[in-house]
Design a protein around this ligand. Structure first.
Ligand code: ARG
Length: 256
């Protein structure tokens, strides 16, 4: 995770960002501290990368790369505003002793790659290039399923789909009909989110196998997760939502 010490909305690269809306950084810091403490109380060790002045979106650590086992791919961002984050995350992965390579194609890390069982689901359409999917498949030796996003509000895969371990929760209208049909076929037991739960970033959550950490605004989805045997843990990240991010965006997972 990356503390939002330099968080602000000083540019707009997705429809959620409005530079005219004031951001309360102290509140963002307090909300982020609560998320971190919630992970730790649930038994998850959290490593923190230092934020860098002038990189207000660096708090969205999920975009820094993809890490599975001792291997990592560091990000290559689509927008120049975030470009310097790629090398910053790369250096951090290397300092952790990970075997890291830099992406050669545009690749926004776990923003567009979800590890679900033995597969990797991959988004494209707004940020991550289709060619990056092949690069990730080769790097990790796992099947990668390409999915095309069509709604600019759901510009990263992790805004419209969440891994629940071996199945998923997702919002079909964020995908082309072909991609939505593919997901329905692969995951017949998936949880399908409503417009309301998707619009508060309910799908931008992290599942540890039992608990699902997600925004406290996605009450319908929380109930559905509970009914499916998961334990939803609601977190208020309203300030981060002003930049188009929530729980998952703030969290880069170390997958086994
Ligand atoms: N403002 C950031 C951007 O548009 C938000 C990134 C959110 N991260 C995510 N994993 N969806 O790039």
């Amino acid at each position: 995770m990356c503390r939002p010490d330099h968080f602000e909305v000083s540019y707009a690269i997705n429809p959620w960002m409005d530079t005219a809306t004031p951001v309360d950084r102290d509140l963002a810091l307090a909300q982020w501290d609560t998320l971190r403490a919630t992970f730790e109380r649930s038994g998850h060790a959290v490593d923190v990368i230092d934020g860098i002045a002038g990189l207000p979106d660096m708090v969205f650590a999920a975009n820094g790369g993809l890490v599975i086992g001792h291997r990592a791919v560091s990000a290559r961002f689509a927008n120049r505003e975030r470009a310097a984050e790629g090398p910053a995350y790369h250096r951090w992965f290397a300092a952790q002793g990970l075997d890291v390579v830099a992406a050669t194609e545009v690749n926004e890390g776990e923003g567009d790659f979800a590890v679900v069982g033995s597969r990797i689901l991959a988004g494209t359409g707004f940020r991550t290039a289709r060619a990056a999917h092949r690069e990730v498949a080769d790097r990790f030796g796992r099947p990668v399923i390409s999915l095309r996003l069509v709604d600019p509000r759901y510009y990263h895969l992790d805004t419209a789909l969440m891994s629940l371990g071996d199945t998923i929760a997702y919002y079909p209208p964020a995908f082309t009909p072909h991609s939505a049909a593919l997901l329905a076929r692969l995951y017949p037991d998936a949880i399908v989110a409503t417009d309301a739960d998707a619009a508060v970033f309910g799908l931008n959550g992290v599942c540890d196998g039992r608990r699902v950490f997600l925004t406290d605004r996605a009450t319908g989805l929380a109930q559905r997760l509970h009914d499916a045997g998961f334990e939803p843990v609601g977190i208020d990240l309203s300030e981060l939502l002003k930049a188009g991010g929530s729980v998952k965006c703030c969290t880069l997972e170390r997958h086994r």
